[in-house]
Design a protein around this ligand. Sequence first.
Ligand code: AMP
Length: 319
Amino acid sequence: MTEPSDTQAAIVVGGTVAIDHVKTPSSEGRDLLGGSASYAALAASFFAKRVELIGIVGHDFPVQHLDMLAAHGVSLAGVERSESASFTWSGEYMQNMNERVTHSVAVNVLESWQVKVPASAQDCSIVVLANMAPENQLEMLAQCPAQPRFVIADTMDLWISIAQERLHDVLKKLDLFVINEGEARELAGTSNLVEAGRILRSKGPRYVVVKLGEFGAMLFGPGSEESISPENFFRSAAYPLETLADPTGAGDTFLGGMAGYLSAYGAGPYDFATIRQAIVHGSVLASYTCEAFSTHRLESLQQEDLRQRLADFQAMTHW
Ligand code: AMP
């Protein structure tokens, strides 16, 4: 594994900054901070010195949510303020907490959003394209010219259904693609996850991570297309959660946590062993997101707690 670099890489994270209403079998939260980029940027801030957030909010966006992100060192220079209403998402978890129903999505400010990366954020060498329309991901990437740069992206079933061609254009430009199990099967057109990982790599990304929810994640690197070996394949567990309050944003936290971990290794390229470590760090950070509504648990998380959980997780999964 490469050594941490003297120069940390700056991270730019783009995606949705949302107002969420979330219901679980035992509780309910309204006007919560949500959005793929909010979770990812906050997560990245636990490991990275500089995180630039790119997104858009409406006139109704609670100011305390932005204040909280700023207090965690996230730069808001790239957050556009609009006169229209904020992107608002409302969802409900069923009894087993794995099944989620989306009750409403009010696109509002995202309707005609054109991503703008301010000049002050264009030097960032880690680019995180959190879940948003592939068109917006491409728009953002075109404004992130740093070289070398490392590009990480996520997506969701909606874009596989309605914007698959543009999603394939995104895939061609990625270093690391993160996708959940069901979506990987759908996009790759196979139920075998090893085959799906290989097919997704053949579409462009050097690394592919398939998320398995409460069961962890799988990483595919260069060489895995020929045969799976410890040099190109890694299977991470997930931290065993005693309290599962609200899993919303766990995937986005995972994404941002990975980027944050990588930032300590400079602008890249990163070797397989470093990406492997990034997965474990992203996964442990995501476990906190599930313990309370919205970003609440991350907000109160102390570095010492995080270090302890990482050490426990290592001891629990090592053999
Ligand atoms: P996850 O739990 O990883 O699926 O992420 C949940 C977050 O995604 C919520 O905070 C939502 O505000 C946000 N979200 C919901 N729908 C979309 C969408 N179509 N595009 C981007 N973000 C979304």
